[in-house]
Design a protein around this ligand. Structure first.
Ligand SMILES: C[S@@+](CC[C@H](N)C(=O)[O-])C[C@H]1O[C@@H](n2cnc3c(N)ncnc32)[C@H](O)[C@@H]1O
Length: 270
């Protein structure tokens, strides 16, 4: 167990596990700006024995981990897995058997396209005590930092969060793009850059106008945030022309037009 805990209720609660099997905290790190990280998450990093973190956790948040904690990079980026998912769950189980406070730190929110549900289920089945600490998801924060409210009384009363990921060309997710196009005024796509040509085609086939506005927000809420604004007709060519890369959130719908008015007063990263 590490020394120098802040005198806070959560750490006391975590310390109570010292003589018992450990506990795993699935902590959402948020999208990158450390100012958006929860107080609960920060407190746990200050008293963790082990922190197992993903690739999208930002450096300022990793810097909050106490110096005596064991830090393990389980980072996964497209096509490159540092540790395979079943092995991550096994690692969490093993660490919880040996340490009191084990933090599983994930970008955004653990339960939003973060496999937090799978890991939590694996831990519960193994009899490991586990708790989730939500984080701010990129699909809300990245558009906000680009001056795009994902709902607005005049433009959008519904929003769908959807993954655009397909695994190394082997399969397409069975996402009903037609139903999404017809049923949701704002579409927020995670992991969609690589597959965007296919997604755009599906949305046009489903009847969306090619003038529907699209925003891509890369590294949202971080100091190096980048945006690309276009329409369904132009966005694929814009990606090619600018070599725009993941990780990015795509926002599709008329709320994107608010970017012109609101982007000038967007927040700054801490
Ligand atoms: C595996 S998902 C994890 C999502 C995460 N659990 C969340 O709630 O934000 C990874 C994808 O989230 C999106 N993403 C995560 N952080 C981002 C950021 N700071 N800016 C833009 N997109 C981000 C990208 O689409 C990225 O490919």
């Amino acid at each position: 167990m590490t020394a120098g805990f802040p005198d806070q209720a959560l750490c006391h609660q975590a310390l109570c596990h010292q003589c018992q099997p450990g506990k795993v905290y699935l902590v959402g790190a948020g999208p990158g700006d450390p100012g958006l990280f929860t107080l609960k998450g920060k407190t746990l990093l200050e008293c963790a024995d082990v922190v197992i973190y993903d690739a999208l956790v930002s450096p300022p948040i990793l810097a909050m981990v106490n110096s005596q904690a064991e830090k393990i990079n389980a980072g996964k980026r497209r096509g490159a897995h540092s540790i395979l998912q079943p092995d991550i769950t096994q690692l969490l189980i093993a660490k919880a058997q040996a340490h009191a406070v084990v933090v599983r730190l994930k970008g955004g929110d653990p339960f939003v396209f973060g496999r937090g549900g799978e890991e939590m289920a694996g831990l519960v089945k193994a009899g490991v005590d586990v708790e989730v600490i939500p984080g701010i998801t990129a699909g809300v924060a990245a558009p906000a930092y680009a001056g795009i409210p994902i709902t607005h009384r005049s433009y959008s009363s519904s929003v769908t969060f959807v993954t655009g990921h397909e695994a190394a060309g082997k399969y397409r997710p069975e996402i009903n793009w037609s139903a999404i196009a017809q049923g949701s005024e704002t579409i927020v796509i995670y992991m969609g850059i690589h597959n965007l040509p296919h997604i755009v085609e599906q949305l046009l086939t489903a009847g969306l106008s090619d003038q529907t506005p699209v925003a891509l927000v890369r590294w949202g809420t971080r100091p190096d945030q980048e945006e690309l604004i276009g329409t369904l007709a132009t966005i694929v060519a814009q990606i090619e022309a600018t070599a725009f890369k993941a990780p990015a959130i795509a926002v599709i719908g008329s709320v994107v037009n608010l970017h012109r008015l609101l982007a000038s007063c967007r927040p700054r990263s801490m």
